[in-house]
Structure formats: C-alpha cells, structure tokens
Write a protein that binds this ligand. Structure first.
Ligand code: G3P
Ligand code: MG
Length: 237
C-alpha cells in the first residue's frame, strides 16, 4: 500500500503535511514526484508548472529556490493547510525516514533533463536517508531517468512506470535492471498481471481509490497499489 503523493485525497499532494497524513492513515509507503527547480535543486511537485498546486505561476524549472520557498502549496487544498511549502527532495526524504515510511521517488523531468533529474534526486536523497534503512524505490516513465538512477545508485531498486504495458515491457525492465513494473490499473487485465508475475517481476498498480477494485487487483496477484486514500484500501488489503 503506497500513499499516492502522500495521501492526496485528504491532504495537499507532495507536501510534508501529506506525508504525515499518510503515516496517520497507516500507509506503510509513500510515493512522491520529483523534478528540478531553477539551479537544479530537486523539489517535490507533480506538475511542470506551479499553477495547480501552489499560489505561484509558471514553470517549476524557471523558478529559483528562493521564490519557490515562499510559495504556499497548501491553501489551494484547504485553509488549514495554509503555509505548506513545496518541499525539497532532501526535506521530504528526511521527514519520510523519520516517520518510518518506505519511499518511492518518481522522477518527473523536463525534456532533456531526465538523467540529471534522476542523478540529483538520488544525491539529495542520500544526504537525508539513513544508510541502515531499505533504500527508496526509484521509478519513472523515462527510461533515461531509470538508466541514470541505475548508475547513481545501482543498489537501489527501480520500477518501470507504464500506462498500458508496452510490447517490450519485459526486455525494457531487464535492460534497466528494474524489478518492479508500475502500471495504470485502468489498463490492466488479469492475463497481463499473470504475465508480469510469471516473469518474476513485482507489479504495482496506480492509482486505486476504490476498495472493490483494489480487492480485485490483489486477487489477480498485483503486489500493491498506489492510493490517494490509503485508509480505504488498507481496509481490504
Ligand atoms: O507512480 C505512480 C503514479 O504516481 C504515476 O502517475 O501522474 O500520479 O505521477 P502520476
Ligand atoms: Mg507520481
């Protein structure tokens, strides 16, 4: 059970409050999205622009950390979250480690920055992540990002993120040293689940907020799901 962007249905996504909320809802893991702000600082935000989840506007890649640090990433979700910030990767990793949660880092990247984003996200996380804890799971839709993650942290597990399973999913996963596939649950059927599991790979499905659907996926053999509402899913896990 992986809290998606923290616990995105009950706290602003990709914020420290969201990761605390996931912990309070008993999610054992959280997923977050990382991308680079101006100056190559890895920060935790989903979109390539600030507009939807902060009171800022424009591209994250063009926003200097000094400005980013002043933005409100909570008020859009609810007044009680006013003052939440866009966390840096290092801040988020430190809190998630302190909360005792597992961490899945999804590398999002501007075009051409895929490898740099993965490399810098690994470096920032290393500063904050205790060496005696199980390492974070690195994931991305970008194969370049996964290759860079492999070079930066060969011993950290990796997941190939896909919408539907591409024809070369097995070859791609093997080539990148991925042990996990993360797939859009809406595109998964029972036969595909069986094929991935028979290949010896773990399969995680995103983003599942309906407990009935989660139960069906677990019955098919899916290893875990990402959910905005971890408490709902834990009730059937
Ligand atoms: O990592 C699973 C899921 O987070 C992928 O989609 O758009 O929510 O980052 P998205
Ligand atoms: Mg994500």
């Amino acid at each position: 059970m992986i809290g998606h962007r923290g616990a995105a249905l009950s706290a602003p996504e990709n914020t420290l409050a969201g990761f605390r909320r996931a912990r309070a809802l008993a999610a054992p893991w959280v997923e977050l999205d990382v991308r680079l702000a101006k100056g190559d600082l890895p920060v935790v935000i989903h979109d390539d622009t600030l507009d939807r989840t902060t009171d800022g506007t424009g591209s994250v890649a063009d926003c200097p950390p000094e400005t980013l640090g002043t933005l409100d990433a909570g008020s859009w979700f609810g007044k009680r979250f006013a003052g939440e910030r866009v966390p840096t990767m290092a801040e988020a990793a430190a809190l998630i480690a302190a909360l005792g949660l597992g961490l899945n880092i999804e590398v999002k990247a501007a075009a051409g920055r895929e490898a740099d984003t993965a490399r810098l996200a690994v470096a920032a996380t290393r500063q904050a992540w205790p060496a005696d804890r199980a390492p974070p799971l690195m994931s991305s839709f970008s194969r370049q990002a996964l290759q860079a993650a492999r070079e930066a942290a060969p011993d950290w597990p990796r997941a190939l993120l896909v919408d539907g399973l591409p024809a070369d999913w097995h070859q791609a996963a093997l080539g990148l040293g991925c042990t996990v596939i993360c797939a859009d649950h809406r595109r998964l059927d029972q036969r595909q689940v069986a094929r991935v599991r028979a290949a010896g790979l773990a399969l995680l499905a995103w983003t599942v907020n309906d407990p009935g659907r989660a139960r069906q996926l677990f019955d098919w053999g899916v290893d875990g799901v990402f959910s905005d509402a971890p408490d709902r899913i834990l009730a059937v896990a």
